[in-house]
Design a protein around this ligand. Structure first.
Ligand SMILES: NC(=O)c1ccc[n+]([C@@H]2O[C@H](COP(=O)([O-])OP(=O)(O)OC[C@H]3O[C@@H](n4cnc5c(N)ncnc54)[C@H](OP(=O)(O)O)[C@@H]3O)[C@@H](O)[C@H]2O)c1
Length: 294
């Protein structure tokens, strides 16, 4: 299969490209920078979609970059990097003389309203209560294609756990020093997925023709709270993890609106992902963390 991957140079994309190539697929990247086996977004806009059997979009400015202040300019980048790349791919797909068979977008579980009590599957309502849920609504709407000649899949991902990047990349140093701990109250849910499973779900969705619609990209293990996650990460590293990070500090670093992503969480069930026949490699947190820090 020839697969076009937008944002395929990033944390998730690198793992996806490796897996797709290992499964014998050919990959072209859509990127801001030119290079071998790449098309830039500008070229894509000018020339249209290169011939491919499937397209995936992973492009987006990194939301939890602690070095970026949560101001209007950064919020615009967070939005436009996702909406414009997704819109461009959707419009070039719909105009292609031979459109790809499959089109997959990765969004996030921020679609669902954080809660200590509610439980969400792919059919649960959401998408209309804060910056991030509105972002997911617009992002998924930007991906919508008219008609059904191309199979459309959206994977709403939880926090991706993997070596060398993502949220855990920022957390490892304090945890290794024994300075880690829960964020805020620690009672908030922490929906997570191992990177091999997120890219495994994407490959499954590309290859299994019956898969369509929304899939939750979270582990099937019983929901984890932030405090349980901190404890498990400390245990995996053989370090204590008792030092809580006060909400005030998280809000000071990330800004009040963005801090919601860390201080609040959702209990998310991957009902459709399991029904689609995906078999997880890292269904439990202990196994996932052992692989990540081992
Ligand atoms: N990592 C997670 O925990 C997580 C959780 C839920 C959802 N997601 C979503 O999954 C997708 C992939 O995540 P990731 O962690 O792999 O992301 P990432 O490594 O931060 O970035 C992915 C790619 O997006 C492109 N990009 C970055 N800033 C951009 C901008 N301003 N305009 C256009 N393109 C830009 C870059 O590709 P080029 O440099 O080649 O252009 C980059 O390699 C993202 O949309 C993210 O929101 C991730």
């Amino acid at each position: 299969m020839r697969v076009l991957v937008g944002g395929g140079t990033g944390f998730v994309g690198t793992a996806l490209v490796r897996l797709l190539k290992a499964r014998g697929h050919r990959v072209t990247l859509a990127s801001r920078t030119p290079g071998p086996d790449r098309i830039t977004w500008d070229q894509l806009a000018e020339t249209g979609l290169p011939r491919c059997d499937a397209a995936v979009n992973l492009a987006g400015e990194n939301i939890l970059n602690p070095l970026r202040r949560w101001n209007e300019a950064f919020q615009k980048e967070v939005l436009s990097s996702r909406l414009e790349t997704t819109r461009l791919l959707a419009s070039t797909i719909s105009k292609a003389p031979e459109p790809p068979k499959t089109w997959i977008l990765v969004t996030g579980v921020a679609y669902y309203q954080p809660s200590l009590t509610s439980e969400y599957d792919e059919d649960s309502p959401g998408g209309d209560f804060d910056f991030f849920s509105n972002l997911v609504t617009k992002w998924e709407a930007a991906a919508k294609l008219p008609g059904d000649s191309t199979r459309q899949v959206v994977v709403r991902s939880g926090v991706v756990l993997g070596r060398g990047g993502g949220a855990i990349g920022h957390m490892l140093l304090p945890f290794r020093l024994g300075l880690g701990g829960p964020m805020g109250s620690g009672r908030q849910f922490f929906p997570w997925i191992h990177i091999n499973d997120l890219v495994g779900i994407l490959a499954h969705a590309l290859e299994a023709r019956h898969v369509q619609g929304v899939l939750n990209g979270v582990a099937p293990a019983p929901a984890t709270t932030n405090a349980e996650f901190a404890q498990a990460l400390g245990a995996a590293l053989g370090r204590p993890a008792f030092i809580p990070v006060p909400s005030m500090v998280v809000r000071a670093v990330f800004g009040r609106e963005r801090a919601v992503m860390l201080l609040e969480g959702q209990k998310v069930i991957p009902r459709q992902t399991l029904a689609a026949g995906y078999q997880y490699s890292f269904p439990t947190l202990e196994a996932a963390l052992k692989e990540v820090v081992g």
